[in-house]
Design a protein around this ligand. Structure first.
Ligand SMILES: [Zn+2]
Length: 565
């Protein structure tokens, strides 16, 4: 079996991994490359496989860098199921149309210039019709359901706590071994891992076993401050700006982060009296058509909420809404905001300031020192958002030079991605250590730093994937075959029980031995035989239990011949 890393191999975007077994070819994600023109050009490079030969796709979640090349895949001949959760299917529908729309608009804009200069006109990467076509292949499955999707391929989607519908994938793959016997290999794909205690979402699921793990490392070299400090900073930054008569601009991904921010505003209005007082008559605008549609999907998929958000719903409160919230209806209303001098909050997309209405709001607000821009999400290298958080003061938007006078806040407590400690906890919870661990979806320094950290702290040597490349899963040291998983989970428990008993046995033996020595000559021969009998009975019991555990299936479950650790 082979894995080919076709995206998110040398950076964080374009997530796409091809698995080739003896019978099937399938993809884990099929995402867009993002982050500036140069990265986006990579979306035009042909896939390193024939899309019509792909048997199915497993989609971890609906962010464009994970699902954004699906329309391209379908356009080039893929005609089969794209498995994902319900909420992912709903959100991917919105995101794919939006990504097509943005691309079409950008190409139209560039073509005006191309036309004037007598240059060759560009084609969009894909159109809205391509997106609509791709959405037809989305095939929702339930969280936690173990589903055999092909003969010999079983999958389970587990909560990843990263965005609504996001999943960690468990995949069991049967292949025929050299001796003609069926061997099962289990691959775990982390998708994007969230943090514990995220608003609305449940915590990421811990997976116990895998032969191979493919995991993200977006923040493999960083530790987030606690979320509570982020909420406090948000409250302070917003109030500070409003009190000096300014406008707060919050660039936020339309899907996920915008709803997080709405949830935090809701909580601050209810629980922070200072905030509620300052913000009493202040309007909070969400200016992104996609964000409004996504908020509707959130309302529809309350089955995926965590307990806190569900409790609020049960009390009749909407956790992502509040009195002062206004969804901007159209472009005219959006433009009107730029001529409204009253203090206000504008939440708009895209989150990295690369496209969408946020660019207009930045253009109209960055020059004024009363205003502020509050970043609440990851800013990839090469994006306008990254330039601003890195402290650049003179930038260009739509070709116009702008000097930044507004106050810039970069709040780190809101990340949708696990930090180094979260990633470490997740991967070290596997027991035993997976045979192979591939680090993807991180900038090069982050992957390197996390690989070093893992080796230093836990003695685990992962493979940091640095470029588009392949890896063989059939061979190589340390690959452990497991079949089937429930049984070996029990086996692990029994083995550790046996180890415990052996330890107790050794301890007792030691005590009895030293007692005998201490008894010296005063010990009668009857007493000695009594002690001897206790020892041999203990020995017998432990050995019986030991062989019972071994008979339970150790030889079959550990076909690769490696002893469990
Ligand atoms: Zn994501």
């Amino acid at each position: 079996m082979k894995i080919r890393f076709c995206g998110a191999a040398d950076g964080v975007t374009g997530s796409c991994h091809l698995i080739e077994t003896d019978r099937y070819k399938f993809l884990l994600d099929c995402g867009l490359f993002q982050g500036g023109r140069k990265s986006e050009e990579r979306n035009r490079v042909p896939f390193p496989f024939n899309p019509s030969e792909i048997d199915f796709v497993l989609l971890s979640h609906a962010h464009a860098d994970h699902c954004g090349r699906l329309p391209l895949l379908v356009k080039q001949g893929f005609r089969s199921q794209i498995y994902c959760t319900d909420a992912t299917a709903d959100l991917a529908d919105i995101i794919l149309r939006d990504s097509a729309y943005i691309n079409q608009r950008e190409v139209e804009y560039r073509n005006k210039k191309n036309h004037r200069l007598g240059r060759k006109l560009e084609e969009p990467v894909y159109t809205i019709n391509d997106a609509i076509e791709a959405v037809k292949y989305l095939s929702p499955v339930f969280y936690g359901q173990k589903k055999e999707i092909r003969d010999g391929i079983t999958v389970r989607f587990n909560e990843a706590g990263h965005m609504l519908g996001s999943s960690i994938l468990e995949i069991w793959i049967d292949e025929t071994g050299k001796d003609g016997k069926i061997e099962t290999t289990k691959i775990v794909f982390s998708g994007d891992l969230g943090t514990t205690g995220r608003p609305i979402l449940r915590d990421p699921e811990q997976i116990r076993e895998a032969d191979a793990v493919i995991m993200e490392t977006t923040y493999g070299d960083r530790v987030h401050p606690p979320a509570a400090s982020g909420i406090r900073e948000l409250s302070e930054a917003v109030q500070k700006t409003i009190k000096r008569g300014g406008t707060v601009v919050i660039p936020a991904f339309a899907v996920g982060r915008t709803q997080d921010v709405l949830y935090y505003f809701n909580r601050l209005y209810s629980n922070d009296p200072d905030f509620a007082k300052t913000m009493k008559d202040i309007r909070v605008y969400v200016d992104s058509p996609m964000a409004e549609a996504a908020t509707e999907v959130f309302k529809k998929n309350a089955q995926d909420y965590d307990e806190e958000a569900r409790d609020m719903l049960m009390e009749g409160k909407n956790p992502i809404s509040f009195e002062n919230l206004v969804f901007v209806k159209d472009v005219f209303e959006s433009q009107a905001l730029n001529h409204d001098s009253r203090p206000k909050v504008i939440i708009s997309a895209s989150g990295m300031c690369e496209a969408g209405r946020i660019k207009h709001h930045l253009k109209h607000n960055l020059w004024d020192s009363r205003n502020s821009v509050i970043f609440v999400g990851y800013q990839a290298a090469g994006t306008l958002g990254r330039l601003i958080v890195d402290g650049e003061r003179d930038i260009r938007i739509f070709g116009e030079p702008i000097h930044i006078a507004a106050e810039i806040f970069n709040l780190r407590g809101f990340s949708g991605h696990a930090d180094r400690e979260g990633l470490f906890r997740w991967i070290t919870s596997f027991n035993p250590v997976p045979g192979k661990i591939f680090l993807v979806h991180g900038e090069q320094e982050s992957k390197k730093a996390f690989a070093e950290y893992l080796e230093k702290k836990a003695g685990i040597k992962p493979i940091a994937v640095m470029e588009e490349s392949s890896a063989d899963l059939s061979e190589g040291r340390g690959l452990r075959r497991v079949s089937p998983d429930k049984r070996s989970e029990k086996l692990d428990e029994l083995i550790s029980l046996r180890e415990k008993l052996v330890k107790i046995h050794h301890g007792l033996e030691h005590i009895l031995y030293t007692t005998t020595l201490a008894a010296d000559e005063n010990m009668t021969s009857d007493r000695i035989s009594e002690i001897d009998e206790i020892i041999s009975n203990l020995e017998k019991d432990t050995l019986n239990l030991g062989s019972a555990v071994t008979d339970f299936g150790e030889p079959e479950a550990y076909q690769a011949g490696e002893e469990p650790k």
